[in-house]
Write a protein that binds this ligand. Structure first.
Ligand code: CTP
Length: 401
């Protein structure tokens, strides 16, 4: 197996069902073949009305299977189920989701799914109300219980013209998921990560708040990377405009530092690793007014200190737990960061500099220094936050695995 090209030589079944997003399957097949993957396509009958089997046959360089045919290859589904390293059902309609969850088998795709010995990943695609329906949610939960991987269906414009969740994941994202899954780099399998991200908002009145410019991008990148490397992730996020992708991430939305503290306390015990990348507001108004404060010449707001969540959890840390804090400094960064390691009982701190161009709040890039509890430090150059996440996780794995 090549770890640089984890899809090379792998055998993947692409299941295509009857959604308008079926046109994206052509791109999915093309990208996989380009990576050196052997692809076989199985389609439902209704999928063939959205995209021609000939298109997928040409792109996959193989016959497309769509019907259970008594004369010809009637038991193909068994062979295919044994042949594949991975089965990807994309797009997967609400109808096929429901049939999969209930063991129905009235077409070749379902017969292949039931025969598959390999991991199965599903990329749902449907209208937002269908996606939100409790029966769909229940079917998704059932498939997860069956150890299938269900990708989320992100927000966006839907074929109905409505806007909301239900879009099929982009083919390139599905390929990236398959690549990381098949690379076997599941270093954190059986590990539970608790990650916080984004800012907190402290209410002044029903309209105004004290907050900061944190976008949550670093924390979300860490959550995605930890999940890709096999961890189960609980992500506690302040108000951000980001979506999660990986099915192994449970997202809990909070607004204030008090809410984040409560959620962290609840989930910390079961965490092996805590990464506290949230930019928690240090102060909150002593009183959040219930009515909007009217305009006046002067306004004095008395602020109370918020609980330092990281410091509190540092006092509760067991020998088996590993805690990563963040520090944002504008001067004497390393000195202050080292003080925080001691003060908050941390195993690792990620020091962000406010001064570096392209680093910190809002950017897609970051420039950090990693400092461990023995004060050994590693300065990293400016790089994408997704790459910084990889370095942070690699530093964690060096310590705990
Ligand atoms: N943090 C926290 N709870 C707070 C404040 C900060 O959990 N009320 C955490 C942050 O998530 C981060 C770390 O503490 O991981 C450091 O945050 P930072 O703002 O750099 O430091 P402070 O401890 O607030 O100290 P100062 O602002 O004086 O530098």
């Amino acid at each position: 197996m090549s770890s640089t090209f984890p899809l090379k030589g792998k055998k993947i079944i692409i299941g295509v069902t009857g959604s308008i997003a079926a046109y994206k399957s052509a791109e999915l097949v093309r990208l996989l073949v380009k990576e050196g993957t052997m692809v076989r396509v199985v389609m439902t009958c209704s999928a063939t009305t959205f995209i021609s089997p000939l298109t997928l046959s040409v792109l996959s360089k193989s016959d497309v299977i769509s019907e259970i045919n008594a004369n010809e290859h009637w038991n193909n589904h068994v062979e295919l189920g044994l042949w594949a390293d991975l089965m990807i059902i994309a797009p997967c309609t609400a109808n096929t989701l429901s049939k999969m969850a209930n063991g129905l088998c009235d077409n070749m795709l379902l017969a292949t799914y039931l025969s598959a010995k390999c991991p199965v990943v599903v990329a749902p695609a449907m209208d937002l109300d269908m996606y939100k329906h409790p029966s769909t949610k229940q079917n998704i939960n059932t498939l997860v219980k069956y150890k299938n991987h269900v990708l989320n269906a992100p927000k966006g414009e839907l074929a109905s013209g409505l806007h909301g969740e239900g879009r099929m994941q982009e083919p390139s994202d599905i390929v990236a998921w398959a690549s990381s899954f098949l690379s076997g780099k599941q270093l954190f399998k059986n590990k539970h990560f608790l990650i916080t991200a984004g800012p907190t908002y402290e209410a002044i009145d029903p309209v105004r708040y004290i907050g900061n410019h944190s976008s949550g991008k670093m924390g979300f990148a860490l959550a995605e990377e930890a999940a890709k490397q096999g961890a189960k992730v609980t992500l506690i996020s302040g108000p951000v405009a980001l979506e999660i992708q990986h099915p192994n991430i449970q997202r809990i939305d909070v607004v204030s530092a008090d809410q984040m503290f409560k959620a962290c306390k609840k989930h910390f015990k079961k965490a092996d690793v805590l990464i506290k990348s949230a930019a928690v507001a240090d102060f909150k108004p002593q009183v959040a007014k219930t009515n909007k404060i009217k305009t006046k010449k002067n306004l004095t707001i008395t602020l109370d200190e918020n609980q330092d969540i990281l410091k509190y959890l540092g006092t509760k840390k067991t020998k088996k737990q590993f805690i990563v804090g963040f520090a944002l400094e504008s001067q004497s960064g390393e000195t202050f960061a080292k003080e925080k390691i001691k003060k908050k009982n941390l195993d690792l701190i990620v020091l962000n500099s406010l001064k570096d161009k392209g680093a910190g709040f809002g950017h897609n890039t970051n420039k950090v220094t990693l400092i461990d509890s023995s004060f050994k430090s590693k300065k990293l150059p400016l790089m994408a936050k997704s790459k910084v996440a990889k370095y942070i996780l690699s530093a964690i794995s060096d310590c705990i695995l």
